[in-house]
Design a protein around this ligand. Sequence first.
Ligand SMILES: C[S@@+](CC[C@H](N)C(=O)[O-])C[C@H]1O[C@@H](n2cnc3c(N)ncnc32)[C@H](O)[C@@H]1O
Length: 262
Amino acid sequence: MPQARAITRWEEFYGSTEVVRRYAQQSRLQAPERTIFEQRIGAALADSALLDLGVGGGRTTANLARQCLRYVGADYAEPMVQACRERFGGLIAHRGLRFDVVDARAMPYEDASFDIVLFSFNGIDLVGAEARATALQECRRVLRPGGHLVYSSHNLNWLDSRRGIRWSGLRSYVQTQWFWSRMRRLNRAAWPIAQRDWVELIDPLAGGCNYYIRPAELVRQTLAQGFEDVQCVDLLGREIDDPQQRAQLPDAWVYVHARASR
Ligand SMILES: C[S@@+](CC[C@H](N)C(=O)[O-])C[C@H]1O[C@@H](n2cnc3c(N)ncnc32)[C@H](O)[C@@H]1O
């Protein structure tokens, strides 16, 4: 018998028809994902077993599933997994793709069974501050030594400045004002954030908690969970090596590429 699990707000949010529909229409890789897969992983992708964690509606599947040897998409929101199975039915039949309902905090996969684990578009920020290390340890466990971890997190620097916001008309202005005033109201206890390395805030739209972290702390946490060669990549796809630059990086989220320690 499967164990009964508490349904979180996020699981509910990502399982809702409208959100699934929106995610299942997406198919473009983000610039940092392109940099990491083309330049840092490169030819190794062709021989790899890839676990696409928090796969959502299959945005990354559309780009990566044909390029690797074995592809598994996993998400804890069953309607997302179902949408992927429908969207990629042809590839499932011809290339043996798989989509599993799986929680990143306790995965059913064997140790060292993947060459690449991707947890794209800030999915890890939804697992909760306490379980974050567990999720990273799970990624480390299922990766072979030297395997590639690719993931992203909301950047706490961006919350300081919100420089990433682009105004595009009155409607978006009003929506953004509403979002930030509610964000502050819901998270009064968390401010001021200037001295923090990370913070967990209630999301005004979904009601779940979202994690924001400084790039230097993101690197530190990744190293602490058994990874090496950790690199940050910004939203334009540029590798950010310099600690000074990392400290000032204003992007809304930051990608990380790391290797499982050998
Ligand atoms: C922001 S969406 C990104 C979806 C997709 N990766 C993309 O980039 O379009 C985050 C996804 O992570 C999934 N997710 C969140 N926490 C998870 C967990 N603990 N285990 C598995 N999936 C999770 C959500 O259900 C959702 O589909």
